[in-house]
Design a protein around this ligand. Structure first.
Ligand SMILES: Nc1nc2c(ncn2[C@@H]2O[C@H](COP(=O)(O)OP(=O)(O)OP(=O)(O)O)[C@@H](O)[C@H]2O)c(=O)[nH]1
Length: 341
């Protein structure tokens, strides 16, 4: 009897064994747009005073628990919550690292593009960043077709320093002559819209990161959803979107609209909408450069195996728990996650 109890306890422990994983998120954009400030805000929940210029690349790690605690009565406890680490690779935007920064574009699960709302050219150059990452990077869990510049992983665009842009009354333009001219040309429809990435201009709300951090007001949920979606893509799903998401026709979002407004309760929907909204960027294969060969590389190492080694035959793998959450009419999913950002 004692023997069986012991065996039972052991098998329970195996089921409850901590499972861990990691996703890698690249943060790119021109020098000074606020990438380091964003990472600090994500990790510490506060603004950073005078961040020094990033040398090469710095990596911040954010801890997230992910799972479906109340998914179903039949789910076993070990399936409830798991630990994940989101690696935030903050790549210096300075030109001096241009030739070597692709060293850091390795095994990427997702990308955060950052631009400065008061410097319009920083927005335009996101397209170059996307092409550079797509051309020289390697990717984990790549999409079946490429996005801007051929980028084969989900991304999100953060428009920062809205406080300055708003103050100067130049939201979307720095007020300098080049930007003003560009703005005018765009308005006339003379500039190809495909030169820029689709954007949400309003992150994090109508203010910049610093103000947002001070007031603890920025769109944590949007970022969390993005991170969770990356985790889910890598660890809980082997399904890829059926149709090419890149062909979804985007539509313009109001600059005062919060990112929240764009998010539905479904993470995939969020992913599609987040990635393809904003400027009238045409996502069809005619306007995009040729797709790069898919890179199905070995995923980055994790601290723990992705699934328990000894699982009972009827073990509900995470995918099932999550899909039951999906079918939960969104009620569970639209809830804010208890994550310290
Ligand atoms: N006004 C304002 N300033 C900001 C905001 N976010 C960041 N900054 C400032 O912008 C400057 C550059 O910020 P960083 O976070 O170092 O920019 P970065 O993109 O990491 O720059 P690199 O390391 O050169 O690639 C710093 O002086 C920040 O304090 C914001 O929302 N509003």
């Amino acid at each position: 009897m004692k023997f069986w109890r012991e065996r039972e306890r052991e098998s329970k422990e195996q089921i409850l064994a901590p499972l861990c994983g990691q996703v890698r998120v690249l943060i790119v954009g021109d020098s000074g747009v606020g990438k380091t400030s964003l990472v600090h805000l994500i990790n510490k929940g506060s603004s950073i005073h005078r961040p020094s210029q990033t040398i090469g690349c710095t990596v911040g790690v954010k801890h997230i628990t992910y799972g479906s605690p109340a998914s179903s009565s039949s789910s076993i406890q070990g399936d409830a919550e798991r630990d994940f680490f989101v690696e935030l690779w903050d790549v210096s935007g300075h030109e001096r690292y241009k030739d070597c920064r692709s060293l850091f574009y390795s095994q990427i699960n997702g990308v955060i593009f950052v631009h400065d709302l008061s410097q319009r050219r920083t927005k335009t150059s996101l397209q170059k960043w996307a092409s550079e990452v797509a051309a020289t990077g390697t990717f984990s869990a790549p999409l079946p077709s490429g996005g801007p510049g051929g980028l084969p992983v989900p991304y999100i665009v953060v428009g920062n320093k809205a406080d300055i842009a708003a103050k100067e009354g130049t939201k979307g333009s720095s007020g300098n002559l080049v930007d003003a001219a560009r703005h005018w040309v765009e308005k006339q429809g003379l500039l190809s819209s495909s030169e820029e990435l689709p954007l949400f201009e309003s992150f994090p709300g109508n203010s910049g990161l610093i103000a947002a951090a001070k007031e603890t007001r920025y769109d944590k949920e949007a970022l969390n959803k993005f991170f969770r979606m990356l985790i889910r893509r890598r660890y809980f799903s082997d399904e890829q979107p059926a149709a090419s998401p890149w062909s979804i026709s985007p539509h313009r979002t109001s600059s005062s609209q919060r990112l929240d407004d764009e998010i539905t309760s479904d993470d995939d929907q969020f992913y599609k909408r987040t990635s393809f909204h904003g400027d009238p960027y045409k996502y069809n294969n005619n306007t995009l450069p040729p797709l790069p060969a898919q890179r199905n590389l070995t995923p980055p190492p994790t601290l723990f195996p992705q699934q328990p080694v000894s699982t009972p035959d009827n073990y509900a793998i995470p995918r099932f728990s999550l899909s039951s959450e999906t079918s939960n009419n969104g009620s569970g999913r639209s809830k804010r996650m208890d994550i310290n950002v």
